[in-house]
Design a binder for this molecule. Structure first.
Ligand SMILES: Cc1cc2nc3c(=O)[nH]c(=O)nc-3n(C[C@H](O)[C@H](O)[C@H](O)COP(=O)(O)OP(=O)(O)OC[C@H]3O[C@@H](n4cnc5c(N)ncnc54)[C@H](O)[C@@H]3O)c2cc1C
Length: 279
């Protein structure tokens, strides 16, 4: 199928991009196009205008300042995956990006596009939630920061307003003795996971778990923290109840009960790998 007709604009400043969004109710931001173009081709979206961010300056930088790592919205996923600053400051981003589709997709797809698209089966939204990061958005009224816990509202739905642009994501820098892992169960390598987990484990000087951060991918309609597991681990207990309180997605491909079972399996594996890498 071909998309419905649309206009295309490639503004060269953020203000111009915001102006175009404000002037057209159905306008959509175009970043890497790896999710939006398929939606257009399937006619699941029919915006009158695409506002391409590619020529907007200042959105493609990676900055570490103090205890925060900031990744610009249009940084390509492949660039972030290979970036040594990201690997040191946010090893969970590096681990998760390796599981996003294929290298060709990551070469076009952007960090901001994946975070804004809000696919519950995507890896980066789970990383944002696990690390308690924040989204920096710019709209007609200026800039605002949205905590990860408030950002995802449901399937493909975020707290971003239609006239706002996600300009960057900010993540806390990982403390010393931290390891990270992303484990998924999918039908084929590179497919969206039936269920997955991202985990970051920090050890204290004695080698005990000082902090564990875990979020589930594809378990429910948005990325979700496995809080019960995090608390149990920080208290020295064993891993149990990964999907406690989670209302699972239930579909013919992956029934809900099986998804809950997978949540336990991937959580255990991700935590074991992350802990091994922290040591
Ligand atoms: C075959 C295939 C396999 C894939 N497998 C995976 C996978 O395993 N895991 C995974 O996570 N992803 C996967 N993807 C999706 C890929 O990661 C996309 O790159 C990502 O979801 C969207 O990023 P994008 O830059 O391409 O955004 P686009 O497709 O351009 O945009 C996606 C949505 O986000 C909005 N948007 C984009 N940027 C902004 C912004 N800065 N501010 C506000 N709104 C914005 C757009 O308006 C649109 O609604 C796959 C894609 C394909 C084609």
């Amino acid at each position: 199928m071909k998309p419905a007709a649309f206009d295309y604009a490639a503004p060269t400043s953020l203000d111009d991009a915001l102006g175009l969004l404000a002037a057209n109710d159905t306008a959509k931001v175009l970043a890497g196009g790896q999710s939006l173009i398929p939606l257009l081709n399937l006619r699941l979206a029919a915006p009158e205008l695409l506002v391409d961010l590619r020529r907007v300056p200042g959105l493609d930088t990676i900055t570490r300042a103090g205890d925060e790592l900031t990744i610009g919205a249009t940084v390509r996923q492949r660039k972030a995956e290979r970036d040594p600053v990201v690997a040191e400051a946010a090893p969970l981003v590096t681990a998760a990006l390796a599981e996003v589709g294929h290298p060709q997709i990551r070469s076009r797809g952007t960090i901001g596009g994946s975070i804004a698209h809000a696919d519950p089966a995507a890896e980066l939204p789970a990383v944002l939630v696990a690390l308690d990061g924040r989204v920096i958005a710019r709209g007609p009224g200026g800039e605002r920061s949205i905590a990860a816990a408030d950002f995802y509202l449901g399937f493909l739905t975020t707290a971003l307003a239609d006239d706002e642009i996600l300009v960057a994501v900010a993540l806390p820098v990982a403390p010393p003795r931290t390891g990270a892992a992303c484990v998924e169960i999918a039908q084929r390598a590179g497919d969206y996971a039936a269920c997955g987990a991202v985990a970051q484990v920090t050890l204290d000087e004695a080698g005990n778990v000082a902090q564990a951060r875990v979020a589930l991918i594809g378990a429910t309609d948005r990325p979700v923290r496995a809080s019960a597991v995090e608390e149990a681990l920080a208290g020295g207990a064993s891993i149990a109840h990964a999907a406690e309180g989670v209302e699972p997605i239930d579909d013919p491909r992956v029934p809900g009960a099986y998804r809950i079972h997978l949540a336990g399996v991937v959580t255990r594996r991700a935590l074991e790998q992350a802990r091994g890498r922290a040591a």
